[in-house]
Design a protein around this ligand. Structure first.
Ligand SMILES: Cc1cc2nc3c(=O)[nH]c(=O)nc-3n(C[C@H](O)[C@H](O)[C@H](O)COP(=O)(O)OP(=O)(O)OC[C@H]3O[C@@H](n4cnc5c(N)ncnc54)[C@H](O)[C@@H]3O)c2cc1C
Length: 487
């Protein structure tokens, strides 16, 4: 039986383990932290287990496929929730726009709130977004790592495809060309932040994210996203995957060029193949410094300031609320041009109990807050005072807008410096490299580094976010199985 080691129990690692084990490979997952989940982690606060990471689950079919490999299904493992409304957007001019799980209801809401012209623009934009997704996703999301060579080989067909995925336009200019309502422009532009990118320079291909969330749907998970993580661990266990926690891997071991296993503080462990569910930079710089071809680390995706606040439940509540600043574009200027926290941050709030349908503290609720922040400088320098100011600003803006009760209390918080310390090689960035050029998809590290060594994480193909990290695990495992000569 072939032996595989997966370094890291984040979503990419858990997924790679399931795919490998389902093909008869003996898999051991070795995780530095005390439990599985990586960025999809939890914290215990006042008797509740609360998510500190993702809150919106898209593309649930990706997870269904993984569970089916272990003889189960997504529906048998977790219950998805469809909060109503799905998102509430608060604009500086006082406009409040609710969006729903069903596209038709969102269109009606746009018509009611912003008028019929905006509703037509919205519908046309959603059609455009779907075309991009349908054209781009088979190769760039579900397929193996794309190469420029493949593109060139396709000749004129590639040019036609490029036009369909709007690959040569920028996201923001493509939005402005199609949508005149400033509220809708900002709503669509915000999807650039779903992989930590800059709407002004990201390729318009990222406009497909609107279809993924608004068209295909963004879900909660009953009890919290951690229930999905637990289910992935169980799926691995059913297939014989072994897990070791609190054991950082220090080194990937080689005999010449051949991978032979890993070294931890407990000793060495041999394997026929290693899948790193780590940041690409951590693998190249610390775990396997003899490897050539380290990806550039000059454009990390954004980081974030996060907090969990205990607050009185509000009379009108939404699962997800986005509070826009006076000028949303200033946020991108601050993050990417000035490389500083936004002066007036957009505040994202997730009412965890409402989103994931669980009981909270009676008339009080846990609210997860997030604001975007730049990743740390390459030297790791961290402007501690700026994080404090950002944290205060986030809370103040939410309180002034009545989204938190006056007596609400911060129970837990985390700065980009904390994220950088927890995820080595990340500089605090949440989604690997930012997608701020038309070539970003081609520059992203591939899943196969060499025979016997693979990368499966949000910092590798096809990118960050829960479903993409899971697909990264699947792609890495498939490359490994190909190399092993599995049928
Ligand atoms: C606040 C926040 C909000 C988010 N919101 C969303 C959302 O709403 N929807 C969405 O889809 N995505 C969201 N994301 C992104 C999503 O959580 C990530 O893209 C995804 O979970 C990353 O998975 P991964 O496979 O890259 O592994 P990671 O989560 O990065 O985990 C990697 C694991 O490897 C371990 N590891 C690293 N080095 C070593 C080593 N040397 N030895 C042993 N173990 C090691 C780490 O400890 C970690 O557990 C959010 C993330 C955050 C932080």
């Amino acid at each position: 039986m072939k032996q595989a080691i997966v370094v890291g129990a984040g979503i990419g690692g858990l997924s790679a383990a399931i795919v490998l084990a389902s093909e008869g490979v003996h898999v051991t997952v070795i995780e530095a932290g005390p439990n599985a989940g990586g960025k999809a982690a939890t914290v215990e606060l006042d008797g509740l287990t609360l998510d500190t990471g993702p809150s919106v689950l898209t593309m649930p079919d990706v997870f269904d496929e993984l569970f089916r490999l272990s003889g189960s299904s997504l529906a048998a493992e977790v219950t998805l929730t469809r909060p109503d409304p799905a998102f509430r957007y608060l604009f500086p001019d006082g406009v409040v726009l609710d969006v729903f799980h069903e596209l038709r209801r969102t269109e009606e809401s746009v018509a009611r709130t912003l008028g019929s012209t905006a509703a037509s623009e919205f519908a046309a934009f959603m059609d455009y977004s779907k075309v991009i997704w349908d054209t781009a996703s088979p190769a760039f999301v579900y397929g193996p790592s794309p190469t420029i060579g493949q593109l060139v080989m396709q000749g004129p067909r590639a040019i036609a495809q490029l036009a369909k995925i709007d690959g040569l336009s920028k996201m923001w200019s493509a939005i402005r060309k199609r949508v005149k309502s400033q509220q809708l422009q900002w709503l669509f532009a915000r999807y650039a932040t779903y992989n930590g990118s800059d709407t002004r320079s990201a390729p318009a291909t990222l406009n497909c994210i609107a279809h993924v969330e608004l068209g295909l749907g963004g879900f909660g998970v009953k009890g919290g996203i951690h229930e999905l993580i637990r289910a992935l661990v169980r799926a691995g266990e059913r297939l014989g995957v072994g897990y070791r926690f609190d054991e950082p891997v220090r080194e990937v071991m080689f005999d010449g060029k051949r991978v032979t296993g890993v070294r931890t503080d407990a000793g060495t462990l041999g394997a026929d193949l290693v899948v790193a569910n780590t940041e690409a930079q951590h693998l190249y710089r610390e775990l396997a410094p003899s490897l050539r071809g380290a990806p550039k680390d000059d454009a990390p995706s954004t980081s974030g300031y996060n907090a969990i606040v205990r607050t009185q439940k509000l009379a009108t509540r939404a699962a997800h609320t986005v509070l826009f600043p006076d000028n949303y574009l200033d946020e991108f200027r601050d993050l990417f041009d000035n490389k500083r926290p936004p002066r007036e941050p957009t505040v994202y709030l997730c009412d965890l109990g409402l989103c994931h349908e669980f009981d909270t503290w009676g008339d009080e609720a846990p609210m997860f807050l997030m604001a975007n922040a730049p990743a740390l400088a390459p030297n790791g320098e961290s402007p501690r005072d700026e994080w404090r100011v950002l944290g205060e600003e986030v809370l103040e803006r939410a309180r002034v807008r009545g989204l938190l009760s006056p007596a609400s209390r911060v129970l837990w918080s985390r700065t980009p410096a904390d994220l950088a310390a927890r995820f080595p090689g990340s500089r605090g960035s949440l989604y690997g490299a930012a997608s701020n050029s038309s070539m970003a998809a081609f520059k992203r590290p591939a899943n196969r580094i060499q025979p016997g060594l693979y990368l499966a994480s949000g910092s590798a193909h096809p990118g960050g976010g829960m479903p993409l990290a899971a697909l990264s695990g699947r792609a890495a495992a498939r490359e490994a199985l190909d190399d092993l000569g599995a049928p």
